[in-house]
Design a binder for this molecule. Structure first.
Ligand code: GLN
Length: 243
């Protein structure tokens, strides 16, 4: 068995160690004897997303999101919309997550038209939503408790066609107002959680891997791992993050 992973925009969207999610996804596959191949897709390069099983997009500053817009609209946007509808698994973080929506309007009124793959939009605010936070994933995303770090000025609002990834327990989440965090649509996972997200949230990592393996091979049960170190880090953060 093998999963082909595409890391999109590793050159401009890789804030707060988001690239570490790729190492976590790959290592948790290899620990189970499943191959993980990685293709980096920077600005200027193209690939057929249908050739992959999982796509990862990290976070970036407003400026970096604007830098990649021209490249995005040269065809990657169409590829991403088609891959999302075809059930490809995506993990997208902060700026990479915002990019899946219809637009991002910066706090000084500049509007970036994004991909329109998910029914959501983002509006920049004067306040930065920053700090350690925690949220509980919805039942459709495994229901695990997730600890993470957020740093964004964008407030994301979900339309009727998208579910939240989870509900905020402490921190801001999508917008600091409606208690939602992230987004779920088909096999897309969007979240504001940097850090990287996955190493200290092994249950969510395995849930994401399982969606990609099931899509490719039908049924799939990942063998349990000794997650004592990961869960110790998770629990310590969970303790530190209070309402
Ligand atoms: N530039 C976007 C914002 O500030 C995304 C930031 C990020 O990816 N951390 O909301």
């Amino acid at each position: 068995m093998e999963l082909k992973i595409c890391h999109m925009y590793p050159d401009v969207l890789n804030l707060y160690g988001d690239g570490g999610n790729i190492r976590c996804l790959s290592q948790r596959l290899r620990w189970r004897g499943i191959e993980a191949s990685l293709t980096r897709l920077p600005i200027g390069e193209t690939a057929h997303l249908a050739d992959f099983d999982l796509v990862f997009i990290g976070g970036g500053q407003d400026f970096e999101q604007q830098v990649l817009l021209e490249d995005l609209h040269r065809g990657k946007d169409r590829e991403i919309r088609a891959a999302v509808e075809d059930g490809l698994t995506f993990l997208t973080i902060c700026g990479g997550y915002q990019m899946l929506g219809s637009y991002y309007e910066t706090h000084d009124g500049q509007r970036c038209d994004f991909i329109g793959a998910l029914d959501l939009y983002t509006v920049g605010s004067q306040t930065r939503m920053i700090g350690n936070y925690k949220f509980r994933c919805g039942p459709a995303s495994g229901g695990s408790l997730v600890v993470g770090f957020e740093n964004h000025s964008g407030k994301t609002w979900l339309g009727p066609g998208v579910e939240p990834l989870g509900q905020v327990l402490a921190g801001f989440g999508n917008n600091g107002e409606d208690g939602s965090e992230g987004a779920r649509y088909r096999n897309v996972f969007g979240t504001y959680s940097h850090g990287p997200l996955l190493p200290k949230n092994p249950e969510l990592c395995d849930y994401i891997l399982t969606t990609a393996l099931r899509r490719k091979y039908g049924s799939c049960e990942l063998a349990p791992l000794d997650d004592s170190a990961e869960l110790a880090a998770h629990d310590e953060m969970c303790e530190k993050i209070h309402k």
